[in-house]
Design a protein around this ligand. Structure first.
Ligand code: NCD
Length: 304
């Protein structure tokens, strides 16, 4: 039984084949319209989501399958005290594959241990978010053509931002990356993630300065300060607007910079940046759906 809990559960060859499959879906969507006929995807979201849940659901529908699930812990039996394990056991007798988001780090991994259908981690607390990384990788492939020899800036809440952790882990498997980690001191990237990049031989620069580093970047991955992970409202208020990308700052950036953001955006990117050809965050959303289609097919062992 294959699950996707951590981006490293996929080999580089498998990531390449997911990308090829996603590109083929984009070129020939009709060929995939019935691949998941009579299959069901359950989306179990114990934490809020717009894109991830709806893109999983849209992905399954575009493959001709059906979806069921819940979008908040309050509307599931978790609110009556049911354990994650019991919920998963029950749902696995209704669905062929499960996408699960949970505020507790490790919950999808725990759930996968006894589950008889594939489980996809759709975000676990401040830990990992591997399917966002699949969306990010397809975006990088389409915008940059390669995963090697890039200067990748990641900016904002690098401590709690799970998309950042999964993306650094994924990019560390390619060649000659310079990671520029831009955050307030209190929201620095966890050392175990920095160590993954360093041990793989990449350069890691940690800074609090966006203005003076933006000119060196090939990719700028902005992130939201993760309010829901703060213990203290005052700290959130103090840190939430630490970095705002606007058209002024973009004047110092390369002509071919790619600006990414997993979304939702709060204040980190001025809406004026949306009209700049370097803004790729809405393309990322679309790429996410195609990569999730490819992933569902892979985990269910289905071909067009
Ligand atoms: C991200 C998440 O949930 O981690 N959103 C997403 O899935 N696209 C980022 C965030 O919430 O800031």
């Amino acid at each position: 039984m294959r699950h996707l809990i951590d981006i490293c559960d996929l080999s580089l060859e498998e990531i390449d084949s997911l990308i090829s499959c996603a590109l083929d879906i984009i070129a020939h969507p009709d060929d995939y319209a019935e691949v998941c006929k009579r299959k069901k995807l359950a989306t179990l979201f114990f934490e809020p989501s717009t894109r991830t849940r709806l893109s999983f659901e849209a992905a399954m529908m575009e493959l001709g399958g059906n979806v069921l699930g819940f979008s908040a812990a309050a509307s599931s039996s978790a609110s009556k005290g049911e354990s994650v394990m019991d919920t998963i056991t029950v749902v696995s007798s209704y669905a062929d594959i499960i996408a699960m988001r949970h505020p507790k780090e490790g919950a999808p991994k725990h759930a996968s241990m006894k589950c008889k259908v594939p489980i996809i981690n759709a975000g676990d607390g401040g830990h990992n978010h591997p399917t966002q990384t699949l969306a990010d990788l397809l975006t990088i492939k389409r915008e940059k053509g390669s995963f090697n020899n890039l200067v990748v800036g990641l900016c904002g809440d690098l401590k709690f931002g799970r998309t950042v952790h999964s993306l650094i882990t994924a990019m560390s498997r390619y060649k000659n990356i310079t990671f520029v980690l831009i955050s307030p001191d209190e929201l620095k990237c966890p050392q175990y993630i920095v160590d993954i990049a360093k041990k793989a031989g990449h350069t890691v620069i940690e800074t609090t300065d966006l203005e003076n580093t933006i000119g060196t970047l090939d990719i700028l991955y902005m992130t939201r300060v993760q309010q829901e992970r703060f213990f203290n409202e005052e700290d959130y208020i103090r840190l939430k607007d630490s970095f705002i990308l606007d058209t002024e700052k973009l004047k110092f950036a390369k002509e071919d910079l790619t600006v990414m953001h997993p979304l939702p955006r709060v204040n980190e990117i001025s809406v004026k940046v949306d009209d700049d050809p370097r803004a790729a965050y809405f393309k990322q959303v679309e790429n996410g759906k195609y990569m999730r289609m490819a992933l569902i097919m892979m985990l269910l062992g289905l071909k067009k």
